[in-house]
Design a binder for this molecule. Structure first.
Ligand code: SF4
Length: 900
């Protein structure tokens, strides 16, 4: 595919999830970027999901950090030179190390960094500063999978590849809302189901859109995944569906593991009771698994982010080992990573309990890496994992911290405590792309401008071990620099000379590849010996390749372990006995619910990038809590009203969404909103800091919590060109719209105070037009300059402020506000004949709910396919297809007359 512009087109990789889709990008020469899926990339073959498709909308320079900044005596950050900033970091680190030792400094890095960035950061910390105090936000993503892999295989190896999705006859998804979180892979699964008749089973406490495309959905009780998979192991053995030869010749510890599984889940009845699901559903799943050799089990954060996440991973792997369904086409356990380069971080040792190139901190590995790096003071013991690392910051044991490209003041458990701890550091350094994050709000001494996606060069590794290039197609703005360069400069300023004398990312990659091959006689899985001498030109044109790459012609390996050889000392895989499944903390009278957290379809992490896109902000534009309708009724919560959700660690006020997809006694809230985008919705602030004992991964899925109604006298929203600061006691949530920002508002304020509030928020230059309805307590005001709408504010009790809000949101982008639109603004409804598209359903093609419903109720479309044919909705990544299907079924039988 060629994009329709004459400027050079670049093959790069999407910066969001672990699918690792290939992207074609091209600057259009007038400040924009044209984006398309790369048809040659084996992860996506040209498709992109809504987030990837909207990448071009996220590249503006608004809010970027453009220059190094240092905090002055007055506490304000002011511009400084690179040299001054690097000196400040180097001298600060050196002074603290001299006084308190190397374990008093730390780095906290990101799964969104490139492998080259990660490699240099890890080398500086572990090899030259001499501490393993470097951990990554990937700890929150897949650390339990890493620990589970190492226990079972002796190495952190994902055995399969994405082609297995196309070839499997049974696809099992555990703790994964792939339809929203890994849409391109989910699309492949659904296509396999449609075209080859593969079955899909979804195992998740929530009934998510992924379950809408499944043949069987098991809504298990939280934390009971291991009960299910122990029961499955017992059932496989009883049904003679195991492979005794493989178990005898290629594994160890099967008998003990089976005996342990029998204690946890002796039969189907006990599994059904333990997981709280119908017996016949368990039986059907077990029968399908027994009868289907080509089975792939995908698992994601619902498995990993748990107090027993590593055991869950091993309970799944046990079933694949018992049946010898591993490393062969269409079969295997498969960890879906959340982040674009969580896997690359694992390769270089971005985790505090790894060294580099998949080596640990054992004496032999430490010696080997020390010799390779010629490192004077290499770390010899593991460092603290993410939650412990920030506890060490809070306790004052870590006195200097450098946070790179991540937002721990939002994303970590007990996020409020993390934010407070950051503010007390002796030296706090942040390198980031955006200037306003909750972490930067904690007051760094030094803020460094990092190059963003599209501006930097390097590699990332996706969930199937495929290394792809991220290539630059934009000049870094201001003085922004790539992370690898920034870290290397600090290394040079610390006096580590030639060890950090890299010219280009290719230099770093070659060294990384050489280290993977160094004294590697086939006993280490991660091996890039075939790329160890890659030329600059070959690196520039490197095609996506799956490691290990031992072939000098650069060919990789799609699957691992098909030969039955593993990376344990004796080459055999290990069955792992898992602990009795239990919740880390039981709900009690004060906190009777379990709070689950996760993502929405069109946002990513803390929205620093996706929040810039009006398209991505249109699907869900405010933070919410999902609750079962019966629980909502019992708690006095109104669907669409507000609720205060509390845990022992914090509170949030969220819009209530009553959903049959929730189990009773459980709540779900998304992780994306933060102090920059909402007043009281930092869900990390509520999450407890319980971690898996093997992986250190926090349990983000089951925090005891309480929910109660919250009420406000007035609700509504405001449109403005820029962010507005609201009074402290207002509830608000911001979303990007074309031309500015739409803020949903709620407040306890008297009606006669609204006009004064409007003047403060909109500006008092006489250009305000107003509407008051004292009887209905409705207030609307707009500020119009010339013919252009600059801002407006609509407030009323409940949700009556402006029913046609989609039309209203579009008015900021209009070059002129005509007379009928002005009247409509104050009347609180779109002008006669103006379309209100309703909430966005298909973000890829910008199709709203109203257009889809119109087709359905007029009988013009009765299937997802026909909606796609007529509106294109759902025909790109398909992540909105479950929503279209729900609209069809909920509108079933309605007629145009009935809805008119
Ligand atoms: Fe990016 Fe979407 Fe592909 Fe993930 S599935 S890599 S977010 S385009």
């Amino acid at each position: 595919m060629d994009l329709p512009y004459a400027t050079p087109q670049v093959r790069t990789t999407c910066p969001y999830c672990g699918v690792g889709c290939g992207v074609l990008a091209r600057a259009d020469g007038v400040g924009g970027t044209v984006i398309a899926g790369d048809p040659l990339h084996p992860a996506n073959f040209g498709r992109l999901c809504s987030k990837g498709t909207a990448l071009g909308e996220t590249l503006s320079l608004d809010g970027r950090v453009l220059h190094p900044m240092m905090r002055g005596a007055d506490g304000a950050l002011t511009r400084t030179s690179w040299d001054a900033a690097l000196n400040r970091i180097a001298t600060g680190f050196r002074a603290i190390i001299d006084r308190h030792g190397p374990d008093a400094v730390a780095l906290y890095v990101s799964g969104q960094m490139l492998t080259e960035d990660y490699y240099v950061a890890n080398k500086l910390m572990k090899g030259f500063i001499g501490s393993a105090n470097i951990d990554t936000n990937s700890r929150l993503c897949m650390a339990s999978s890493v620990a589970g892999h190492k226990r079972a295989f002796g190495s952190d190896t994902v055995p399969g590849c994405y082609e297995d999705l196309d070839q499997a006859d049974l696809v099992v998804l555990v703790g994964s809302n792939a339809a929203w979180c890994h849409p391109i892979l989910h699309h492949r699964m659904v296509r396999n189901r449609r075209e080859r008749g593969a079955r899909i089973v979804v195992i998740d406490p929530r009934r998510t859109p992924t379950a809408d495309e499944a043949d069987l959905s098991l809504q298990i009780a939280p934390g009971t995944d291991s009960v299910l998979f122990c029961g499955l192991l017992v059932h496989l053995a009883g049904a003679d569906a195991i492979d005794p030869d493989f178990i005898r010749d290629r594994t160890r510890d099967f008998s003990e593991t089976l005996a342990g599984a029998r204690r946890i889940a002796p039969d189907i009845d006990s599994v059904a009771r333990g997981c709280d699901v119908p017996r016949e559903h368990v039986a059907r799943f077990f029968d399908w698994f027994c009868a289907t050799p080509k089975t792939v089990t995908f698992y994601s954060q619902g498995v990993n982010q748990a107090a027993q996440g590593t055991d869950k991973v091993n309970a799944i792997i046990n079933c694949h080992l018992a049946t010898n369904r591993i490393g062969r086409p269409g079969m295997g356990p498969f960890s879906l990573t959340g982040q674009p380069n969580a896997m690359g971080g694992r390769e270089v040792g971005g985790l505090a309990n790894q060294l580099a190139a998949h080596m640990g901190l054992d004496a032999e590995s430490v010696d080997r890496v020390r010799r390779f790096w010629d490192a004077p003071a290499i770390a010899t013991h593991e460092g603290p994992k993410a939650v412990d690392l920030f506890d060490a910051v809070a306790a004052g044991r870590i006195k200097a911290l450098w946070v790179m490209g991540t937002n721990p003041a939002v994303s970590l458990p007990r996020a409020d405590a993390v934010r407070s701890a950051l503010a007390a550091l002796d030296l706090f350094v942040v390198s980031d792309v955006v200037a306003a994050t909750d972490t930067i709000g904690a007051g760094p001494h030094v803020l460094l401008p990092a190059a963003a996606w599209g501006e930097k060069d390097g590699t990332v590794t996706n969930s199937e071990r495929r290394i792809s290039r991220q290539r630059s197609f934009l000049e870094p703005p201001g003085e922004a620099r790539p992370d690898w360069w920034i870290v290397a400069q600090v290394g040079l300023h610390l006096g580590f000379g030639k060890a950090f004398d890299y010219r280009f990312p290719a230099d770093v990659f070659r060294e990384h590849a050489r280290l993977s091959a160094f004294e590697n006689d086939g006993t280490r899985d991660f091996d890039l010996s075939g790329l160890a001498n890659i030329s600059d030109e070959a690196y520039r044109s490197l095609k996506p390749v799956q490691w290990p790459v031992r072939d000098r012609r650069g060919g990789g390996q799609a699957r691992m372990f098909g030969d039955g050889r593993f990376y344990t000392a004796d080459g055999r895989a290990r069955f792992i006995s898992v602990a009795e499944p239990r919740l880390a903390v039981q709900p009690d009278q004060n906190h009777p619910f379990l709070l689950n957290t996760g993502r929405v379809r069109d946002h990513w992490h803390t929205m620093t990038r996706t929040g810039r896109s009006p398209r991505l902000s249109a699907h869900i534009d405010e933070p919410f809590v999902e609750v079962h309708p019966d629980d909502a009724a019992a708690a006095g919560l109104a669907d669409g009203g507000f609720a205060e959700v509390t845990s022992p660690h914090g509170k949030a006020v969220l819009r209530v969404s009553a959903s049959e997809g929730q189990r009773r006694g459980e709540l779900f809230a998304p992780i994306h909103w933060n102090g920059e985008t909402a007043s009281l919705a930092r869900i990390g602030g509520l999450v407890h800091a319980v971690c898996d004992p093997h992986s250190g991964q926090p349990d983000m899925k089951a925090t005891p919590a309480a929910i109660a109604p919250a009420s406000f006298a007035f609700e509504g929203f405001m449109l403005s060109r820029a962010s507005i600061a609201f009074p402290q006691d207002f509830w608000w949530a911001r979303a990007s719209v074309e031309g500015g920002i739409a803020t949903r508002l709620a407040a306890n304020i008297a009606f006669d105070e609204l006009a004064g509030l409007a003047r403060r928020l909109l500006g008092d230059d006489g250009a305000i037009i107003e509407f008051h309805d004292n009887t209905r307590q409705v207030y609307r005001a707009a500020r119009v300059c010339g013919d252009r709408l600059e801002a407006c504010l609509c407030l009323a009790p409940g949700q009556r402020a402006f029913p046609g809000s989609d039309w209203l949101k579009r008015q900021l982008a209009q070059p002129r506000l005509d007379e009928s639109s002005r009247r409509a603004l104050l009347a609180g409804r779109p002008p006669e004949g103006a379309a209100d598209c309703g909430p966005m359903v298909c973000a890829c093609f910008g199709v709203g709910r109203a257009a889809i419903e119109k087709l359905i109720v007029t009988g013009a479309a009765a299937t997802v396919e026909s909606v796609g044919t007529l509106l294109k909705a759902g025909t790109n990544c398909g992540s909105c297809q479950p929503e279209i299907r729900r609209l069809i079924s909920s509108n079933g039988g309605r007629t145009l007359e009935a809805t008119a």
